[in-house]
Design a protein around this ligand. Structure first.
Ligand code: HEM
Ligand SMILES: *[C@@H]1O[C@H](CO)[C@@H](O)[C@H](O)[C@H]1NC(C)=O
Ligand SMILES: *[C@@H]1O[C@H](CO)[C@@H](O)[C@H](O)[C@H]1NC(C)=O
Ligand SMILES: *[C@@H]1O[C@H](CO)[C@@H](O)[C@H](O)[C@H]1NC(C)=O
Ligand SMILES: *[C@@H]1O[C@H](CO)[C@@H](O)[C@H](O)[C@H]1NC(C)=O
Length: 344
C-alpha cells in the first residue's frame, strides 16, 4: 500500500477516535468540575467585563442560545464562519446584520483555552454565557447542565427554514415551539428574553407602515407608542438603527410583559402574544408576577438547552472553525496554531 494511502487511513482512524460517536449526550451540572473547575467562573468573569464595556452585548450573546439550540440542537453550529465548502448560519435570514457580539464568545473561549485547553465546548459556552447574561442584568440565576459537543458543520438552509420571522403570529410560534417539545407557556416565558436588548427598525418597517399589505400600521400598537416608533423609525431611516425591545432594556425583569399589555411590544411576534387568547393568559400572569416569569423562564431555558442534534461532535479549539484534520494528529503546538485557521 502506498504511504499516502496509509497516511489517509491513519488520519481517518485518528479522527474516529477523537470524534465522540454519541447520539445522546448525558448533560449534567458540574460537568467540568474535575477537568476545568474554574470554567463557570471564567465565563462569568468575561461576561461581566463585556457588560461593562458594552451593556447590550450580553443580551446579544443571550440570543445565541435560541439561535443555536433551535437549529439542529445546542451544538455551537451558529458560531461557525462560512468556508468555501460550507455556508454557515451567520448569513441566514434571521442572523445576517442582526446576530452580534460573536467576539465575546471568542474572548471566553480564549480564556478557557488558556486555563484548560481543549476541554470546554463552544456549545456549553453559549449555555453558560446566556445564563450569566440574565443573572448579571437582574434576572434569575440557575444551575446549567453541561457536556455538549460542538458540531462539525452548520446549515444556512436549516437556519433559514427554522428561525421565525419577527412578523410571525402566535399560531405560527406555538407550532414552531411545539416541534421542539416546548409548550405555549415556554414560548411566552422564553419570549420574555426580549426584556433585554434591541431590535432594528428593519424588523418593524412592515408593522409600522404596511401591516399584512393593508398600507396601515398594526392596529395592536398603542397610538402613543406608534408615534414614538414613527419618530425612531421614519420611512427613510437607516434600517440598521436600533430601538430597545422593552422600556427597561438593560434590566432583565417583567417589564416586557407590562409593555405588551400596554400595546408597547416592539415586534409583531411580541405583541401577538397578548392579542392571541392562548398566549394572553401567560402574558397577563407574568406582567403581574415577576417570580412566576423567572421560574418559567428558567424552566424554558433548561428545556431549550437540552435540545440535541444526535450528530457526532468535538471540542472546537476556536469557536469559528471546525478543528482541522491536522489537529487530530499528534503535532507540535506551532502546527496546531496554524491549522486552526484553515478549513478542511
Ligand atoms: C418567539 C420567537 C422569537 C422571535 C420571532 C424573535 C425575534 C427577534 C428579533 C427580530 C430580534 C431583533 C433582531 C434585529 O432586529 O436585528 C430579536 C432580538 C433578541 N432576541 Fe429574539 N425572538 C424570539 C425568541 C427569542 C428567544 C427564545 C430568545 C432567548 C431565549 C431571544 C432573545 C433575544 C434577545 C436577547 C434579543 C436582543 C439582542 C440584541 O440586543 O442584540 N429571542 N429577536
Ligand atoms: C398566522 O400566520 C400564518 C403564516 O403566515 C398564516 O397562514 C395564518 O393564517 C396566520 N394565522 C392567523 C390566526 O392569523
Ligand atoms: C419530543 O418528545 C418526544 C417524546 O418524548 C421525542 O420522541 C422527540 O424526540 C422530542 N423532540 C425533540 C425535538 O426533542
Ligand atoms: C403594502 O403591501 C402590499 C402587499 O404586499 C403591496 O401591494 C403594497 O404596494 C404595499 N404598500 C406600500 C405603501 O408599500
Ligand atoms: C445594515 O448594515 C449592513 C452592513 O453595513 C448593510 O450591508 C445592510 O445593507 C444594512 N441593512 C439595512 C436594512 O439597511
Amino acid at each position: 500500500m502506498p504511504t499516502s494511502q496509509l497516511m489517509t487511513m491513519l488520519v481517518f482512524l485518528i479522527i474516529l477516535v477523537h470524534i465522540a460517536l454519541v447520539s445522546s449526550l448525558n448533560l449534567r451540572p458540574g460537568y467540568y468540575s474535575e477537568t476545568c473547575p474554574e470554567a463557570e467562573f471564567i465565563v462569568r468573569d468575561v461576561m461581566k467585563r463585556a457588560l461593562m464595556r458594552e451593556p447590550r452585548s450580553v443580551a446579544s450573546v443571550m440570543r445565541f442560545q435560541f439561535h443555536d439550540c433551535f437549529v439542529n440542537g445546542c451544538d455551537g453550529s451558529m458560531l461557525l464562519d462560512d468556508t468555501p465548502t460550507m455556508l454557515g448560519e451567520k448569513l441566514s435570514l434571521s442572523n445576517i446584520n442582526s446576530l452580534r457580539s460573536y467576539e465575546v464568545v471568542d474572548e471566553i473561549k480564549e480564556a478557557l483555552e488558556k486555563a484548560c485547553p481543549g476541554v470546554v465546548s463552544c456549545a456549553d459556552i453559549i449555555i453558560m454565557a446566556s445564563r450569566d447574561a440574565v443573572a448579571l442584568t437582574g434576572g434569575p440565576d440557575w444551575e446549567v447542565r453541561l457536556g455538549r459537543l460542538d458540531s462539525l458543520t452548520a446549515s444556512q438552509e436549516d437556519a433559514d427554514n427554522i428561525m421565525p420571522s419577527p412578523r410571525a403570529n402566535a399560531t405560527t410560534l406555538i407550532d414552531l415551539f411545539h416541534r421542539f417539545n416546548l409548550s405555549i407557556k415556554d414560548l411566552v416565558a422564553l419570549s420574555g428574553s426580549h426584556s433585554i436588548g434591541e431590535g432594528r427598525c428593519f424588523s418593524i418597517m412592515f408593522r409600522l407602515y404596511n401591516q399584512s399589505g393593508t398600507g396601515k400600521p398594526d392596529p395592536a400598537i398603542n397610538p402613543i407608542f406608534r408615534e414614538e416608533l414613527y419618530k425612531r423609525c421614519p420611512l427613510d431611516v437607516d434600517q440598521n438603527t436600533t430601538v430597545e425591545l422593552d422600556s427597561t432594556p438593560r434590566l432583565f425583569d417583567n417589564q416586557y410583559f407590562k409593555d405588551l399589555v400596554a400595546g408597547r411590544g416592539f415586534l409583531n411576534s411580541d405583541e401577538t402574544l397578548f392579542t392571541f387568547p392562548l398566549t394572553k393568559k401567560f402574558v397577563k400572569l407574568y406582567s403581574k408576577g415577576q417570580d412566576e416569569f423567572f421560574r418559567d423562564f428558567v424552566e424554558g431555558m433548561l428545556k431549550m438547552g437540552d435540545l440535541q442534534s444526535g450528530q457526532p461532535g468535538e471540542i472546537r479549539r476556536n469557536c469559528r472553525v471546525v478543528n482541522s484534520v491536522a489537529d487530530h494528529l499528534v503535532v507540535g503546538p506551532q502546527h496546531r496554531m496554524e491549522s486552526n485557521h484553515k478549513s478542511i
